[in-house]
Design a protein. Sequence first.
Length: 373
Amino acid sequence: MTQNYTQDINLAILPGDGIGSEVMAEVRKVISWLESNHALSFTLHEDDIGGTAYDRYGEPLADSTLEKCKASDAVIMGSVGGPQWDNVDYNKRPEAGLLRLRKEMELFANLRPAIVFDALIDASTLKPEIVKGLDILIVRELTGGVYFGEPRGIEDLGNGQRRGVNTQVYETYEIDRIGRVAFDLAKKRRNKVTSCEKANVMESGKLWREEITKLHAAEFNDVELEHMYADNCAMQLLRNPSQFDVIVTDNLFGDILSDEAAMLTGSLGMLPSASLGETGKPGVYEPVHGSAPDIAGQGKANPLATILSFAMALRYSLNLRSEADEIEFAVQDVLKSGGRTPDIIAEGCQQISTSQMGDALINALDQRFKKVA
Ligand code: NAD
């Protein structure tokens, strides 16, 4: 929707490594399009993260970069990593930059939509009738649980045996704040939350179920809530994925279930994600895929996952829902028009490059905008 005043938006842009800079160039085209067609003005603060940051600053995330991110309205990231940094110290590796960014920005909620676009229905390994129209949102707790719980470590038992320990631990406030994110999102979607844990065998799961139930009764009883054991959820995602709207779960189960749900769509180059902290603080938006060193610099990368991540930033951090809708609809138009990057090529479609895909999207936005204007 066109507004009658100009909204100024500060974005931190971190292209990162490998295909990051190629796909981010296509996001910039979309940003320029929005500036030309809506009363929006973007200030872009570009910087390095990952291996490119290590080469420039000696750190995969420099303090000055982090400050820029914290001061922004949203962070749009490409991806990090590559074989040239394989021998760098563990705490200076590209991935360490990403982990630091998530930790320092207190991003406790990871949002991973799994959407099957009609034009790509054959890319899924499941039957078309099972995945048609699929639109699930997985909300994963990102800063707690077994990946961070103490005690942890590997202990030498002195008798030729060793013991590895990790601790699954959640406190009320952690369950409460992620539950709140899930219920709020469900209200803007199809109004259903499925909460997953293993309350049958884990005390932390029992607490999770009790706290989600309490929150639901106190503040969200207009949203449908169901509880499901995480192993059953893994099965149901393959058997009947359309039963789900929003799935909320802990860090470990979310890691696994979000990858499973993503693969229902069959195409890594199409998957966006968002990581959010407290309301009003900037979120980080990035594609699910990595830096794809095997195709970097060849114009083969699909930019749509990063463009869809930018659309999530418009929706969740910038409150520009109709602009986010426009971009998502334009992506569907592009896919229907038959121009495809190599990762999603199908019979009868024309192979196009990264930059041609960006141009095709701008063209689709133009067409839509003309229709509306
Ligand atoms: P990857 O996602 O980079 O690539 C897996 C396969 O998918 C490759 O064949 C690649 O060419 C293809 N692919 C990925 N994105 C694509 C796109 N947009 N368009 C077309 N094809 C695409 O995973 P990987 O090969 O396991 O990892 C490569 C590097 O990326 C590693 O250093 C890894 O640590 C890093 N990584 C980073 C992130 C992140 O930044 N969040 C996530 C995953 C992997």
